[in-house]
Design a protein. Structure first.
Length: 118
């Protein structure tokens, strides 16, 4: 299974961005899939997760982000609005995630850089 993230770039504060992740290989609609991010000098953190029927968001992006998936196309997307400079990070998509005190994912993409200017 391989994941390819895209859609990152430079955006002004208050702007919006849509990240996409294309998954190749066998993946099941029951898999939890999602997005994580790592800001410079910080640890990677959870952003959003989607299952077959539910979505989960970090408090820092809740209300400003929408995660979606298209099982037929094997893609997951993250729409972010009202972006803030603190959203600047490399965003990673992940698949086959489980929760055990924290989100753990089996498959990872290479990351796409989002830079939000003030």
């Amino acid at each position: 299974v391989q994941l390819q993230a895209s859609g990152g770039g430079l955006v002004q504060a208050g702007g919006s961005l849509r990240l996409s992740c294309t998954v190749s290989g066998r993946i099941f609609s029951s898999y939890y899939m999602g997005w994580f991010r790592q800001a410079p000098g910080k640890e990677r953190e959870f952003v959003a997760i989607i299952s077959s029927s539910s979505t989960y968001y970090a408090d820092s992006v809740k209300g400003r982000s929408t995660i979606s998936r298209d099982n037929a196309k094997n893609t997951i997307n993250l729409q972010m609005v009202s972006l803030k400079p603190e959203d600047t990070a490399v965003y990673y998509c992940a698949a086959r995630c489980t929760y055990a005190a924290d989100w753990l994912c089996h498959y990872w993409g290479q990351g796409t850089l989002v830079t939000v200017s003030s």
